[in-house]
Each structure stands twice: as C-alpha cells, then as structure tokens.
Design a protein around this ligand. Structure first.
Ligand code: NAP
Length: 238
C-alpha cells in the first residue's frame, strides 16, 4: 500500500487532502496539534491510518516526531508539509509575527531536512511544500506572511536543485494556492475556490509529479502579474 504523511492535516487544505488521498488508496500519517480533529478525520476514513500530535513551531521536537512516524509507518513515499499560519497584519504584533516565522519558516525548514534526508537514504520519494501566491507579493498588508511564503518558494527551488544533483528520483513540488475557502481565509476575497476543487487539482498535480502547482490553476497568471508589477504599484495595491 502507498504511504503518505500530511503535516497539518487537522483542517482546511490538509484535511481535504487526507480525504482525497485516502480515496486514492494511500495509507496516511496525519500530523497536527489538535488530536481530536485528527481522530475525527481518521475515524471517517475507511482504512487504518496513523496519527501523530506535533507542534511544528517546536522545530527539533517536531523533527523527532516526524522521524518516529516515518519509522512506525515503514515505507513512506510522499510527505506533504502543509502546516501554516497567516493573517492580515493591520498592526505589527510580535507574538503573531513570531508564530508565522516559527511555523512557516523554522518548522517548515526543520521538517524539510528530515524528509529530504529520509528520501536520500530510501533512494527515492516525493516532498510537497505548501507555499502561497503571496510569495510573489511584498506589500504592507501582510509583510511577514508574504515573506515567510517567499522563503518557502525560494527554499524549495533550492531543494529541487539538490534533488537533481543527487541523481536520485526525488521529486520536490512547490504549491502556491490563491484563495481557498478554509478557516484561514476570513471573509470572501476574490476568486475563492472551494477546498474540494482546489485539493482535487492539487492531488492531480501531485500524482503527475509536477514541480510547481497553482491552486486553482488561474492563480498562475496572478503570480506572473505580481512578478512583473512595478514596486510603486505593488505598494499602492497591497
Ligand atoms: N486558504 C488559503 O487561501 C491559502 C492560501 C495560500 C496558502 N495557504 C497555505 O495553505 C496551508 C494550509 O492552510 P489552510 O488554508 O488549510 O489553513 P487551516 O485550515 O488554518 O489549516 C492550517 C493547518 O496547519 C496546522 N498548523 C498550524 N500551526 C501549526 C503548528 N504550530 N504545528 C503543527 N501544525 C500546525 C493546523 O493544525 P493544528 O492547528 O491542529 O495544529 C492545520 O492543520 C498553509 O500553509 C497556508 O499558508 C492557504
């Protein structure tokens, strides 16, 4: 049976990914802080799955918990790093910004190291990291969140190069969602996709081992526009 781990499986995109990957026959390792949500998810899935409570902001502890889960499961071929926090930053509030840095950068990088080293030893594997179209923004509305996601996208470009140098069949996939209807997105910004539709496109991209996936697909054009937008216009809009 194919095995996959989803870090950040208790809500939103990660929860729906678990539902859709289980339907494709994957046995899953489900990771997050909220155990009750993971248990609820696991009991709604047909086959047996594994659960691990972990707070990725505690980077070294989270590395050990991921390593233990990989060992317990036995033969994991797909690891998806989805955990993330973000919100509008109307005020500069250090505890909120520090959490974004701890989860979206420190925790993310710590688990990437575990996953890449595991796949190198295993001889192959597929690592997926959830960034954001916000990686292409550098405006004042959410400067810390955008910067953390710019880190994720840039870091994964580097990991893709390392996978190529290794000459091993290791795939590294960067995912950049636009707006997806999850508890993280408050209100109804433009072009908000249902989580089911966005995750269905994500699963197709993962199974086809794409290097870069936008969900939904139309956000590719927004990313392109943001890349060529003059800085003065970016400052006015965001
Ligand atoms: N929704 C969007 O429009 C959108 C757009 C661009 C990018 N994204 C990205 O997509 C990913 C999923 O977001 P979502 O929209 O599905 O949000 P969500 O519903 O709030 O889910 C966030 C997930 O991250 C986990 N998480 C947060 N802090 C954690 C921590 N310290 N340790 C372990 N897990 C933690 C949560 O689990 P626990 O709270 O149980 O720990 C939850 O499973 C995030 O990386 C987000 O930045 C979302």
């Amino acid at each position: 049976m194919k095995q996959a781990i989803i870090v950040g499986a208790s809500s939103g995109i990660g929860y729906e990914l678990a539902v859709q990957l289980a339907a494709k026959g994957y046995q899953l390792g489900l990771v997050a802080r909220r155990l009750e949500k993971l248990e609820q998810l696991s009991s709604s899935l047909a086959a047996e799955h594994f659960i691990a409570q972990s707070d990725v902001s505690q980077a070294e502890q989270a590395q050990q918990q991921l390593t233990d889960l990989i060992e317990k499961m036995g033969n994991v071929e797909l690891i998806i790093l989805n955990s993330g926090v973000g919100q509008q930053e109307k005020q500069l509030d250090w505890p909120i910004e520090r959490e974004m840095i701890d989860v979206n950068i420190r925790g993310f990088a710590a688990l990437t190291v575990v996953a890449m080293n595991y796949f190198r030893e295993r001889g192959n594997g597929h690592l997926v990291g959830i960034s954001s179209v916000a990686a292409h923004m550098s405006g004042g509305m959410a400067p810390t969140y955008a910067a953390t996601k710019a880190f994720v996208s840039s870091y994964f470009n580097g990991m893709r190069s390392r996978a190529e140098y290794s000459k091993l069949p290791i795939t590294v996939t960067t995912v950049e969602p636009g707006f997806v209807d999850t508890p993280m997105v408050q209100g109804s910004p433009i072009w908000t996709s249902t989580v089911e539709k966005a995750v269905s496109q994500l699963v197709t991209g993962i199974l086809n081992k794409k290097g870069h996936i936008y969900i939904t697909k139309r956000w590719r054009y927004v990313a392109w526009l943001l890349n060529i937008m003059p800085k003065w216009l970016m400052r006015r809009l965001f």
